[in-house]
Design a protein around this ligand. Structure first.
Ligand code: ADP
Ligand code: MG
Length: 619
């Protein structure tokens, strides 16, 4: 196999390939696969050991190169603050979505109680989950490019069936930032079924269950496949249940058996790391053998399969409860399920297999490697898109993304490129100025982050919105593409019912070359677009905070001491000044600073208001 060095920054490579690869971007592990001589295969690293790339990103001190995968995973215990794992859990999430789960992450998530998307703070810099996922995707891109000796620029990426629009869009953006044109986002259970050739093309169709138990998450999906078209009937699961919990159960057991103090692990990081690795090794061993025994730091760490199964049985039972619920939600019984597919490393555990088989009353598909099956299916889907599977019919799709302009000239995609036609999608917006009567809706087509680089399709004005404070109106914008490819854009203010619509023909006047150029542009400029977008978003957030701070200073003047007032004002002035510059990290830091300072003050002011209200009340 030829291996060549590739500089991804300059994009200098031997030759460009028209191969489309399949990528499983997992919570614990990620991998890349492609079709080689008609067979889907997952790609191993340069050391030839494993197809799995741990989904971990480590930021070393100074400007040393960022580490991804096995090397980054080793830093999890020694340098947790600068090592990001499970970033998939953050995709498309706001701070509020994560409330209550902060303790799960060893790194710093900016925990403002707002609607804006989360950022991760590492060494004084702010990263979005999109940027972090892009690092993992870049590592996979390099891996396959080195294996094939070709530049790769197109991919299919999988996501859980329950991912919403924002999470799917974030995954697309991560691909773009990694220099990949993401031709399709595919549901993980759909990919797994494809890998097993379950894309039933017959008219009667079939119903299948896909059981996916990974490192930290569990999901069950019930799919209906008819004439090659997949429909998700229901999903269920637990986003905090997986093989890592098996490891933890085993560690707790060993600690107890040896009469050791659980505190010891919290203090001794090396021991804690060693025992975690040993527990995982024991677990994997027990998937094949009857018992495991080892000494660690004077502790006897042994367990047999029966003992292990006793430890994990309650966890496995919870997954079966989810299966029951998923069937109920789909309005089906076990007898309606024709096939069961096993996905995820943790389905290698014999008890898991046995319980799934007992529940569904049929032998599950488990011939393919459960770690790889999703990536293999993605590679098959990619091959279909490449037009290599002649007997598969491709439905009409939108060639370029469609969206509207939002604050700061940013493109907000409503229907992503490669969506099936006909198609319908919508999103809610609000006003940014008090008493705003009219809202201009400008519709754009293209892949760039700034609308000025995309193609304008048209605009209209939603008039006569009743005056309300900024942020209160609920304006729903809907994009509907009919079977002829005509786009209808509708805007409606939900509180008052005011509405307006236009019709547009999106691809009018665009040649294939134009489209190809627009796509290439978007990939070429992905990195610089990202920088601009991050800056604009930081500025937008800063402006919101400044408005709130001014209001706060005006309304709560009485509740603040002179010193508190002056300090708040100084922090606001500093932030205002920074918004005129281009340093998004400095803006984000200033936002964090003012938030941290004013949060207790706001709380105090609120308590006072409540106290006064209560005082004034006659009972
Ligand atoms: P994800 O989809 O969340 O990225 P994976 O499907 O890669 O996760 O599953 C990772 C989990 O599978 C880990 O907890 C790992 O310990 C477990 N695992 C891998 N191989 C085995 C095995 N042979 N026996 C039991 N568990 C295993
Ligand atoms: Mg997975």
């Amino acid at each position: 196999m030829p291996r060549i060095a590739i500089n991804i920054k300059e994009g200098k490579v031997a030759k460009e390939s028209d191969l489309i690869v399949g990528i499983d971007l997992g919570t614990t592990n990620s991998l890349v696969a492609y079709i080689k001589d008609g067979e889907a295969v997952a790609v191993k690293g340069a050391d030839g050991k494993s197809t799995l790339v741990p989904s971990v990103v480590h930021f070393p001190p100074d400007s040393e190169e960022i580490l991804v995968g096995d090397e980054a995973r080793e830093k999890l215990l020694t340098d947790p603050a600068n090592t990001v794992y499970s970033v998939k859990r953050l995709m498309g999430k706001s701070y509020r979505d994560l409330a209550g789960f902060e303790h799960y992450f060893g790194y710093k998530i900016i925990d403002e109680d707002t609607e804006s998307l989360v950022k991760v703070r590492v060494r004084n810099k702010f990263y979005t989950p999109i940027e972090l996922s892009a690092q993992i995707l870049k590592a996979l891109k390099v891996r396959i490019e080195q294996t094939l000796g070709q530049a790769i620029s197109r991919a299919v990426i999988t996501v859980p069936a329950y991912f919403n629009d924002a999470q799917r869009q974030a995954t697309r953006d991560a691909g773009k930032l990694a220099g990949l044109d993401v031709l399709r986002i595919v549901n993980e259970p759909t990919a797994a079924s494809l890998a097993y050739g379950l894309d039933n093309r017959s008219e009667e169709g079939q119903t299948i269950a896909v059981y996916d138990l990974g490192g930290g998450t569990f999901d069950i999906s019930i799919l209906r496949i008819e004439e090659g078209i997949f429909e998700v009937l229901s999903t269920n699961g637990d986003t905090f249940l997986g093989g890592d919990d098996f490891d933890r159960a085993l560690i707790d057991h060993w600690i107890e058996q040896n009469g050791a103090d659980p505190q010891v692990l919290r203090q001794n990081k090396e021991l804690s790391q060693a025992i975690r690795l040993l527990a995982e090794e024991a677990k994997k061993n027990l998937s094949q053998r009857g018992s495991f025994s080892r000494q660690l730091d004077g502790m006897a760490c042994s367990i047999d399969r029966t003992g292990f199964e006793r430890l994990i049985r309650p966890l496995v039972s919870r997954t079966i409860d989810s299966c029951r619920q998923a069937l109920r939600d789909a309005g089906l019984t076990k007898d309606d399920i024709q096939h069961v597919v096993l996905v995820g490393g943790s389905t290698r555990v014999p008890l898991v297999k046995a319980e799934v088989e007992a529940f569904f009353g049929r032998k599950p598909y488990d011939k393919l490697d459960p770690d790889e099956v999703v990536a293999l299916g993605a590679a098959i889907q990619a091959d279909v898109l490449a037009g290599n599977q002649k007997d598969v019919l491709l439905l009409d799709i939108t060639p370029l993304s469609l969206g509207i302009e939002t604050v700061g000239g940013l493109m907000d995609v409503i229907i992503p490129r490669n969506s099936k036609v006909p198609s319908k999608a919508g999103r809610q917006y609000t006003t940014s100025v008090d008493g705003q009567r009219n809202l201009k809706i400008a519709v754009f087509q293209g892949e760039r982050d700034l609308v000025e680089n995309n193609r304008k399709l048209g605009e209209f004005i939603l008039r006569d919105i009743p005056p309300m404070p900024a942020g209160l109106p609920k304006i729903e914008i809907q994009f509907i593409i009919n079977a002829d490819g005509i786009l209808k854009v509708k805007a409606k203010e939900l509180r008052s019912g005011v509405e307006q619509a236009i019709d547009i023909k999106p691809s009018y006047g665009l040649s294939e070359e134009d489209m190809a150029r627009m796509l290439l542009d978007s990939i070429e400029h992905a990195e610089e677009d990202m920088v601009v977008r991050a800056l604009l978003e930081a500025r937008n957030e800063a402006n919101n905070i400044l408005l709130a701070a001014d209001k706060f200073l005006r309304q709560q003047a009485g509740a603040l001491s002179e010193e508190e007032r002056q300090r708040t004002q100084a922090l606001a002035d500093q932030l205002r000044k920074l918004t005129e510059g281009d340093d998004k990290d400095a803006i984000n830091r200033a936002i964090e600073e003012i938030n941290e300072y004013t949060r207790p003050l706001a709380q105090k002011a609120m308590d006072q208001t409540i106290a006064e209200a209560v005082k004034g009340k006659k009972i």
